[in-house]
Design a protein around this ligand. Sequence first.
Ligand SMILES: Cc1ncc(COP(=O)(O)O)c(C=O)c1O
Length: 414
Amino acid sequence: MLSERAEVTLGLANPAFESIDRHRENPYSNNNPDGIVKLSTADNNLCKDIILEKWNQIAFHDFDANHLFRYPQLGGLDRTKQTIAKFIDRYFSPETPMDFRKLSLIPGITSAFDVISCAICDPGDGILCPAPYYLRIYNDYKERAGVEIISVASIENNELTLEVEQFEAALKSAQDIGITVKAILLVNPNNPTGEVHNRNEIQPIIDWAMRKNLFVLMNEIYAHSVYSESQQFTSVLRYSSKLPERNLLIWMWGMSKDFCMPGMRFGVVHTENQQVVDCLHRFELFQPTIPLVQFIVEQYLSDYEWIDNYFDTNRRRLKDASDYLVGKLKESGIRTMPAQAGFFVLADFSKFLSEPSMEAERELNKRFEKHGVLLVSGETMRAAEPGWFRIVFTGLRSEIDEGLKRLKMALSIE
Ligand SMILES: Cc1ncc(COP(=O)(O)O)c(C=O)c1O
């Protein structure tokens, strides 16, 4: 009855939204102490006060109501894109000033994944991505574009590594089963590891991919959520002219993480590749960024004094929240992967598994769920080794404490 695409989509698990729905029905709160504690969704609630303060200052009556009566410009309004180009110049330091005509506005990186894959891949093509990866990546490329995400194992012997040889091996195994690989996808800073990859790690992989004529999809959605004092983040835009084939680079960023507003549904894609730009602008009609949202985004992204203060405070709050969770886990004998950015840490629960298998990881996950606490399991993020779980630390402190209490109960830790 339905299309093959619909059958594939409905046949896939949808873990992120399943947990969001379960939590919505029965959320933990002071008034509902038996409700579910959700430490699984990467949204940052630490700076709501600052974001709302700015929101309350927006002069909404300045929005030009004429936008309601005409179809908007494909790919985003020039005025908004000029504001964003300046924001990128200031906060990502590209080598040369950003040309606003090369930007495409999009309602979130989820949409960017979808339209980019439709622009560069045919159904059945593959994209290489270091695993564990952000759990929606598999669905976002597969559901509509029919693209296969091929894991590049990046945790070996409990260490994070990102090397050309791992990509080379993944490319070969994909080709061996007849998959045409079109691109690599890198997320930096990374979700779920929270790691910031420096240029020395990233550039050899990009160089390798471009020499193989693969597109490089660079997702920097956590660029300004780096809280470690010892780690600097360098955007790929700073050295893109040094890459072998700049036309193969597709860069993306959005408001969901660095500005804590996943509900705004706003993202931006940049590429020098004019054909890709043209295609994204055409596709934008199907998933537009509405002018009212663009107006709001302009208000946030053009006030540099506010942004500087907000970024400083956000980093401090992220660091406090991360230190708190990591410290508490350590007290309970749970090791975490060193992280420098993002809203989460990867925690190693392998010693609590009945045996080193994904089956045992699933059992442990069920135990956490039975105790009313939701985490993201390694298997859903395509981790190669069992026992890793991602824990989000950017919720209310009371929820973190309750979640930790339940984890300990599930693990029978005193
Ligand atoms: C790495 C990564 N990319 C994309 C997204 C989704 O972004 P958006 O809200 O802009 O669709 C997330 C959300 O968790 C993410 O972690």
